[in-house]
Design a protein around this ligand. Structure first.
Ligand code: ZN
Ligand code: ZN
Ligand code: FE
Length: 758
């Protein structure tokens, strides 16, 4: 019997090759009708034999285009009409602003790799091979809808062969916008300084030079990388000098997972992420006595690893056995370099060669970074491969722009039931990064045809993002909402997990301005999306020297000790004290006594710093969180006990006092207790005080949902301990799984709070 079905699909089905996919499939089942984009997804009618329609409905979800996500399908039976054929219809949107999804970049697929390595194929060793299922997207898109003419491929017109593939519905390059071949597409070139090196195969030549220990600047998908052989110590050291980056770990790229196993431990679960189409950098544990230069990640038992994600990377690594350092090409917090001219200007005189190409990068996009913690992904950076793909919200939202905080910035747009977090935009601390930030916001707004009704920013008046928000709000006459940093953390995690009810929110991070003008960062909140109440926090502690206390953890340790022992501490036998001059200590005493440039903080991050300095791990750090990473690396799960602490009630606020813990640690150090045990017991203490606070909050407020956010939760030992303890007491726990727990999640939180408040 012939029947007709109207099918409504909600989800992420626009701009992902969904309609061509359906078009192909209906041919297989001899169906007629039409498909078109609608406000919330795709709508279609199919007509044909009932059996065939049923087969179609059963099977069409099996081989979806890689980026498509189906949330909901509705099927309605209708009377037979007698369509003559099947058509992709123009969107009949009466919606003024249809939802626009910009596809993220997809790593090269198996089919393309096969062709890449087939000497008989016309794209043999062609570094820009791609197809409908893979290739550059976000990084080359200048405008939407996603069409070749609106990408940086517009300057290359397809040759007849490519054009035929592009127009053939049965070809795997049907409507592949960046389709290209050696005849018509972009090409790579090798340079030494400004001199072009003429060679038959520039990639092979680059590979040989890397093997010899040279350093190269290599143009990738979302920006330039600096590369060298990771097992060559002098090359790695030279690269560190070039980057002017003293200790921040470098990521490496290797051909495949088998090779990863030669220097790292790789679980099956981590392998799935490593090999996924997004190809993020996955942080893995190094094997003891591996063959890589220790300079790659000094003081760190982990290393960031990624697999090749463009055909160019594959060619560069294939059969070479190389482990390549691949670190983004930028200097001191500037944005990653994307343009050839800039690369020549800033890199050519510092590196041995440049491997560049003539396909422009339009949207700057750094590599994504995640780690696996007990079979859960923790994003450190959500960027290439993921951005600017939306996160689905539980309810429709107004059009809101969240501008983010200062560090690890992202911005976030919300509309309908989507939130669109941007790619990683970096630390907004200098002119260049602020310019790149504004450019990214403008480009994304234009492409998404985004007209914000409300702007949301941080409470901190001095952040560049705040002044940007003030300008935009004033220029467009829009309301500006200033959102407290830690409320934004909690709301962000709530939004990801579709929570709207009241929760216990625990925000542990480095710093965020509080309502009382102190620096918060060890916060216990009762919160929903609209409001929050701070019911407890880690005790306030002075930060002698302000920002300086972040780069010099010994100052934080001293601050704690001084408030416990007073001036007597100067005579103590602690190594930490003996390493300082009496002048330094005198100055610090003055600062602390008179509260000169010594803001108060309840930051959990600063407490980690203080402990690291106290146990002689780190007096100074090169980047925030470095001490905490080293402290975490020392932890051993066999140690289960914790130190003492107290929770005091002050004006209906619970204050966690850690003085007893400091005394016990000092006592254990005098007894020469092993450092691993002290570090672990410290982590256990934070977990235990978190549990104690949750129990108090549950008893008083009758809430059982716990939401964890903040950069401290990148610490998987701590996270796991806390989850373990809370589960034993039957709490329901929510953590970030799509956004990083660090400040990259703030813009999402700002936007969803602004929506709830208005
Ligand atoms: Zn492909
Ligand atoms: Zn061609
Ligand atoms: Fe934060």
């Amino acid at each position: 019997m012939k029947i007709r079905n109207r099918i409504t699909i909600h989800g992420i089905v626009q701009g992902v090759g969904f309609r061509p996919y359906i078009h192909k499939l209906v041919q297989k089942y001899h169906l007629a009708g039409w498909v078109c984009n609608s406000n919330q997804g795709v709508e279609m009618e199919i007509e044909g034999e009932e059996n065939n329609i049923n087969f179609f409905l059963e099977n069409f979800k099996d081989n979806l285009p890689p980026l498509a996500i189906i949330e909901d399908i509705k099927v309605k039976k209708l009377p037979w009409l007698g369509y003559a054929n099947f058509k992709i219809k123009e969107s009949n949107n009466n919606h003024e602003h249809p939802i626009i999804l910009m596809p993220p970049d997809v790593s090269v697929c198996e089919d393309c790799l096969r062709e890449l390595n087939n000497p008989a194929d016309r794209r043999y060793r062609y570094p820009f091979i791609n197809c409908t299922n893979c290739g550059p997207r976000f990084t080359i898109i200048e405008d939407m809808p996603y069409d070749r003419g609106k990408t940086t491929m517009k300057n290359f017109s397809m040759c007849p062969d490519c054009n035929a593939e592009y127009n053939d519905i049965n070809n795997r390059r049907y409507h592949a916008q960046p389709n290209a071949c050696p005849v018509c597409g972009p090409e790579v070139c090798l340079y030494e300084g400004n001199k072009k090196i003429v060679t038959k195969d520039p990639i092979e030549e680059a590979q040989n030079r890397l093997i010899k220990g040279q350093i190269g600047a290599i143009k990738g998908l979302g920006g330039f990388h600096l590369a060298c052989d990771a097992s060559n110590c002098s090359a790695v050291l030279r690269l560190r000098e070039i980057k002017q980056r003293d200790e921040k770990p470098f990521a490496v790229m290797v051909e495949n997972s088998d090779r990863v196993r030669t220097f790292c431990h790789l679980s099956e679960y981590a392998r799935e992420y490593l090999e996924s189409k997004e190809k993020p950098i996955v942080i893995l544990k190094k094997q003891k006595d591996n063959y890589l230069s220790p300079e790659i990640a000094p003081g760190n038992d982990c290393i960031g690893v990624m697999l090749p994600y463009t055909p160019l990377h594959f060619l560069l690594l294939q059969k070479s056995g190389l482990v390549l350092v691949m670190t983004s090409a930028n200097f001191s917090d500037e944005p990653i370099i994307i343009q050839n001219e800039e690369a020549f200007q800033k890199l050519a005189h510092r590196v041995d060669f440049l491997l560049i190409h003539n396909r422009a990068i339009y949207n700057r996009c750094d590599d994504s970074v995640l780690k696996i913690s007990y079979n859960r992904p923790i994003f450190i950076r959500r960027s290439r491969g993921y951005a600017p793909f939306p996160i689905v919200l539980s309810k429709n939202s107004k059009q809101i722009l969240g501008v983010g905080p200062e560090q690890k910035n992202t911005v976030c747009f919300t509309r309908d039931h989507y939130a669109f977090p941007s790619q990683h935009l970096g630390d907004l601390k200098n002119k260049d990064s602020f310019e790149a930030y504004q450019e990214a916001v403008n480009r994304l707004s234009r492409v998404f045809q985004f007209n914000p009704e409300i702007i949301a920013c941080d409470l901190h008046p001095d952040y560049l993002s705040t002044s940007y928000a003030e300008q935009v709000a004033q220029k467009k006459g829009l309301p500006l909402l200033r959102i407290q940093h830690h409320h934004a953390h909690i709301a962000s995690c709530m939004a990801e997990n579709h929570l709207t009810e009241k929760v216990i929110g625990i925000a542990f991070d480095g710093s965020g301005l509080g309502k009382d003008n102190h620096i918060w960062g060890g916060e216990f909140l009762v919160a929903n999306l609209k409001d929050y109440c701070r019911v407890g926090h880690l005790q306030y502690q002075a930060m002698p020297g302000g920002e300086q206390a972040i780069s010099q953890p010994w100052r934080m340790a001293y601050s704690y000790l001084y408030s416990i022992f007073g001036e007597k501490i100067a005579n103590s036998n602690l190594e930490l004290i003996k390493r300082r001059t009496s002048k330094e200590l005198y100055l610090l005493n003055q600062m602390l006594d008179k509260r000169i440039n010594s803001p108060f903080t309840s930051s959990c991050g600063r407490l980690f710093d203080a402990i690291a300095a106290l146990i002689n791990l780190k007096d100074e750090v090169n980047f925030e969180g470095q001490a905490a990473v080293e402290l975490e690396a020392m932890c051993q799960s066999k140690y289960r006990d914790h130190y003492s602490y107290s929770i005091e009630e002050e004006a209906s606020n619970w204050i966690v006092n850690t003085e007893a813990m400091f005394l016990q640690i000092i006592h254990e150090m005098e007894k020469h207790e092993n450092m691993e045990k002290i570090a672990t017991k410290f982590h256990n203490t934070i977990a235990d005080l978190t549990l104690s606070m949750c129990v108090k909050m549950r008893n008083k407020y009758n809430i059982n949902l716990v939401v964890l956010s903040g950069g401290v939760f990148q610490n998987s030992f701590l996270l796991n301990r806390i989850i373990g303890k809370l589960k034993e007491e039957d709490f329901k726990i929510y953590i970030h799984q799509k956004m990083p727990p660090n400040d990259a999640c703030i813009s999402l939180g700002q936007a969803v709070i602004a929506n709830a408040k208005t």
